[in-house]
Structure formats: C-alpha cells, structure tokens
Design a protein around this ligand. Structure first.
Ligand code: 13P
Length: 258
C-alpha cells in the first residue's frame, strides 16, 4: 500500500484571500519538509485556479468536491470532470453525504460521476456512510455495502493510461452522524466498516485491485484523534472537513500518519 492519503474537503468555505493563504501555507510546509503521506486539498470550485497556483511546485495535490456525469453541455451551474482536470485537479470527491442529502444524489448518479471522473483522468473519491438511525437499527454494514455496490464504477481499476486515475478509485467511509459533530466512530467500528469494505472491494474488483484501493475515514478527524484512527487496519488515510481549514491542524493530521 502506498503512502496514506490525507485529503482536506474545504466544503463551501473560503474566499480568495483566505483560500490562497491557506494553500500557500501548506505548500510552503510541504516544500520544506516532505510529509510522510500524500496531501490533497479540495477547495470550492471558484478557488481551484488560485489554490492550484499556490500549490505549484509543491507535493500537495488539488482536488474538487463534485463533478457532473457528463463531460460538458447544457447543465447550468454544474462543472464537468474535464474542466476539473484542465484546472489542475488530480482527484474529485463524488457522492459526499452532503450532496446525497442536499441534492438527492442516488448511488447510480454517484457511479456515473465516478466514471466521468475516471474518463477525464481523475481519481474519484467515492463517499459512503450510514446515518445515525441506520446504525441504531443495526443496518450500518448493509447500508455501506449497498452504497458501495451501487456507487463504485463497474470495472476496476477505472481509468486507463498512466494518469492518476490509472491507480483506480479511492473510497471514503464517512458515517453521517460523525460529520461535523465532534463524534467519531470507535476504532472498533472503523475497523469493522473498513474491513467490510475491503472484503467487498476484493470481491468486486478482484483481490489485487481490491487491495490497492485506498479507503479513507472521514468524520470529525482532528489532530488529537488522527493517530488512533490512522493506525486502524485498512484505514489508508482520512477525509478531513473542519480541521482542513486550519493549516496547523491539517498539517498535524498529516504528521500523525504511522
Ligand atoms: P468534518 O471533518 O468537519 O467532520 O467533515 C468530514 C467530512 O465530511 C469530510 O468530507
């Protein structure tokens, strides 16, 4: 397994000045002391170009938070995966629970977006996770399974050629009840969920491709819990929301990689 991936999802936060400043800060740190993990920041769409410029010549990669399932066309307000690649992105988050709930995105739509990302040479970060009610009803693993089967692009590894997408998709397990709440799943719950996802990935993609997919944990990852979470088996990185908006915190999470 390559380095762990620490991805920052800035969500709908950041004006030009602050976004550029945060990116410059991270890029300067990463240039002077290469971290023992892969770092990725996913700013809102209007910041992709200035943040990408601030990250130039640094190991910090650029990602987006969503893409349309089609490459271009009459889709007002949307953005196509080739546009994101053109803006310098290597990754794009698809199927985040906030998109699933705010925009009613279905597994089938998420899968189409992931396929569009891969076709544009981007690595899709496919998000899934159960709600609090689903966990309370004992359905967490069943929900994760049906979201994974429905959202993952059909054949793996996705993409072709030598671009970043050739490595296949990334999966992010983010229990909805842990997002932005300060609650995190226990190490045991995370191990169970990630182990289940790993088994399914092997079944769907084949053993070797399934083993090479990075599975990120997301949901209130902070500097003070990152080391414990990142040490859990089959946790190949983190998808960080709130704490990714502070350079010190995001950097500290990266430094927690074993
Ligand atoms: P928080 O880290 O703010 O809980 O957000 C997690 C998340 O949704 C990342 O995609």
């Amino acid at each position: 397994m390559p380095h762990k991936l620490i991805a920052g999802n800035w969500k709908m936060n950041g004006l030009k000045g602050a976004g550029r400043e945060l990116a410059r800060d991270l890029a300067a740190r990463a240039r002077s002391a290469a971290p023992d993990c892969d770092l990725l920041v996913c700013p809102p769409a209007q910041l992709l170009i200035p943040v990408g410029e601030a990250l130039a010549d640094s190991p910090v990669q650029l990602g987006a938070q969503d893409c349309h399932a089609e490459a271009s066309g009459a889709h007002t307000g949307d953005i196509g995966a080739p546009m994101l690649a053109d803006a310098g992105c290597s990754h794009v988050i698809v199927g985040h629970s906030e998109r699933r709930s705010d925009h009613g995105e279905s597994d089938a739509q998420v899968r189409a977006k992931a396929a569009a990302a891969a076709a544009a040479g981007l690595v899709p970060i496919v998000c899934l996770g159960e709600t609090e009610a689903e966990r309370a009803a004992g359905r967490a693993l069943a929900v994760i399974e049906s979201q994974l089967r429905g959202s993952l692009p059909e054949r793996g590894p996705v993409g072709g050629g030598t671009g970043p997408a050739a490595a296949g998709p990334v999966v992010a397990y983010e229990p909805v009840w842990a997002i932005g709440t300060g609650k995190t799943a226990t190490a045991g719950d995370i191990a169970e969920a990630h182990g289940h996802i790993r088994g399914l990935l092997r079944e769907i993609l084949g053993r070797s491709a399934g083993d090479s997919v990075r599975i990120l944990y997301g949901g209130s990852v902070k500097p003070d819990n990152a080391a414990e979470i990142l040490a859990v088996e089959d946790v190949d990185g983190a998808l960080v929301g709130g704490a990714s908006l502070k350079a010190d915190d995001f950097w500290a999470i990266g430094a927690s990689c074993p």
